[in-house]
Design a protein around this ligand. Structure first.
Ligand SMILES: [Zn+2]
Length: 207
């Protein structure tokens, strides 16, 4: 299998952003997907610990859903945050689409008491779509948080990530892969420019 979900990097720094990064690259968009089947989605759900272990086992035994559903939610969330990363504003159409999805999700949520106070939670009963609801709620939380301004798209591959660097100047999803490629490209361009400047000077000297 060309793109196994088992080895996919989780570089987004936020649940819903990691979910948008289940394609091989966005720059350019090749259409190479890590979510080939519902089983792939189940592997991803396990990898990010989306459900408690007991609940996951029950969920996994349910008849599989249509992989088109996770993919559609993924592209909805990607569209919203990639537009924001590029333009610095949320597009009303993207917001309407997410609101439409969340409208369905809210029917299954409740305010829960936790050790750290109150939070919105999803009902305990296992449901095939529960992982999707949790991903959509993760997008809502990010949208309403002060971290929204730190959502970026990697300069090298287009994956979305939350920039948690001190100065907010990170441009890559992963330092060891895209970061080093961006640095190598910048070094190459600097060297090429310097060589061109040197050649220009040489020509000037001759005339
Ligand atoms: Zn990248």
């Amino acid at each position: 299998m060309p793109h196994p979900i088992e080895t996919l990097s989780l570089d987004g720094g936020w649940l819903c952003l990691d979910f948008t990064n289940t394609v091989s690259t966005r720059l350019p968009a090749t259409g190479d997907d890590y979510l080939h089947s519902w089983d792939d989605f189940a592997v991803w759900v396990a990898r990010v610990d989306l459900l408690p272990e007991t609940e996951y086992r029950i969920w996994k035994r349910m008849p599989p859903g249509d992989i088109a559903e996770p993919r559609a939610l993924r592209e909805l969330i990607y569209g919203l945050f990639s537009h924001y990363a590029e333009k610095g504003v949320v597009h009303p159409g993207h917001l309407e689409a997410l609101n439409g999805y969340l409208h369905e999700v809210y029917a299954h949520t409740r305010i829960c008491m936790t050790g750290n106070g109150l939070r919105r939670g999803v009902e305990d009963e296992p449901h095939l779509e529960k992982p999707l609801w949790l991903i959509a709620l993760s997008a809502e939380t990010l949208l309403l948080s002060d971290r929204l301004s730190r959502v970026k798209a990697c300069d090298n591959c287009g994956w979305l990530f939350l920039d948690t660097s001190k100065n907010g100047a990170r441009r890559w999803c992963n330092m060891s892969t895209c970061g080093s490629q961006i640095k190598a490209k910048a070094w190459y361009h600097r060297k090429k420019k310097a060589a061109q400047r040197g050649a220009g000077k040489g020509r000037k000297g001759k005339t």
